[in-house]
Design a protein around this ligand. Structure first.
Ligand code: HEC
Ligand code: HEC
Length: 275
């Protein structure tokens, strides 16, 4: 804290002297620079980052709420850092023995990355449940959607997902859903400008994932899972990650930008090495 006081003092003096003599201004700025470094390192502490991952802004924008809601839709128990449910969800059909336990409680497991449920990608594969999508609540009342989450079929409680977050999730379904078929075709190709996407990728995603997307690997050495791998296999999922970020990490979100920006980045990620 003491640095902050010194800094304010130096800034005042700097402003004054700067308007009188440029040389003096320069030398005082050097001193001010030292003080600023100390205070910047204070901001680099763990809690500052944790606040981005788990906290909430004092005045959340609609785009922040949509990103938060999107991450909750992805894996709410990671977003809120609570214990995962152990039982298989009661609405998970017995006919699907490929999945059980916590993952059957994720919204995306029943309703899909494409929000289309049985009418989309989950018409087949290990997440096939025959459960419908959530496209029907696009632009519907947030309070009504909140009520659906607490109905007998769903059984979510405010102990599991705090009320604030449940409302962000409902807001996301009402205002933040998109029609994925506009951006990703049935065969997995993307309607986006990869050249534009490259410009965005190299200045945002690359900060953590590296210029070729191979700095982070969520597979293992033999079977790596890089952005390039994931974008070719499951562009529906990668679109969700770009729009909303990845639960429980500091990953950025493109919810504040146009949908087409995310589609352009997605198109470029399909050109990155898969191995
Ligand atoms: C285990 C499967 C399962 C999970 C997990 C699940 N749902 Fe559902 N959801 C259903 C079923 C089944 C229906 C259809 C209910 C009906 O027809 O009465 C449904 C319907 C809905 C609807 C109504 C759609 C419409 O068009 O009327 C919304 C909204 C919804 N779910 C949101 C969510 C959200 C948000 C989550 C995560 C917090 C979630 N669901 C998790 C099974 C699930
Ligand atoms: C501030 C750092 C950061 C930035 C910037 C960032 N990410 Fe991430 N991202 C992460 C971390 C950390 C993970 C988790 C990796 C893991 O599970 O090992 C992740 C995970 C992912 C995943 C999914 C992992 C999974 O489990 O399926 C995808 C896809 C992804 N990022 C794409 C992107 C794209 C595209 C961009 C740019 C729009 C981006 N990321 C920007 C940090 C970042």
């Amino acid at each position: 804290m003491k640095y902050a006081v010194i800094q304010v003092f130096i800034q005042r003096v700097t402003g004054l002297v700067c308007s009188i003599a440029a040389t003096a201004c320069l030398s005082i700025s050097v001193i001010a620079g030292d003080a600023t470094i100390a205070s910047a390192s204070d901001r680099n502490d763990e809690s500052y980052h944790q606040d981005y991952v788990y906290g909430e802004p004092a005045e959340p924008s609609d785009a922040w709420r949509i990103a938060r809601g999107g991450r909750l839709y992805d894996k709410w128990y990671a977003v809120t850092d609570v214990d995962k449910p152990e039982m298989t969800h009661s609405a998970w059909p017995a006919s699907n023995t490929m999945k059980s336990g916590a993952t059957t409680w994720r919204c995306k497991s029943c309703h899909g990355w494409d929000f289309a449920g049985k009418d989309g990608k989950y018409a087949s594969g290990s997440y096939n449940t025959g459960i419908p999508g959530v496209r029907g609540v696009d632009d519907k009342d947030v309070g009504d959607i909140h009520a659906i989450l607490m109905d007998d079929t769903h059984g979510y409680t405010h102990d599991m997902i705090p009320k604030n977050d449940m409302l962000h999730l409902a807001f996301f379904l009402s205002k933040g859903q998109y029609d994925i078929t506009t951006y990703v075709n049935a065969d997995g190709t993307v309607n986006g400008d990869a050249e534009r996407g490259k410009a965005m990728f190299q200045n945002t995603c690359a900060a953590c994932h590296g210029f070729d997307g191979r700095a982070l690997n969520w597979g293992d050495e033999e079977n790596p899972n890089y952005i390039g791998t994931e974008a070719s296999k499951n562009p529906w999922e990668v679109m969700a990650k770009i729009r909303h970020g990845h639960p429980a990490t500091e990953m950025i979100s493109y919810a504040g930008f146009a949908m087409q920006d995310a589609a352009d980045v997605l198109a470029y990620t399909q050109m990155l090495p898969a191995k």
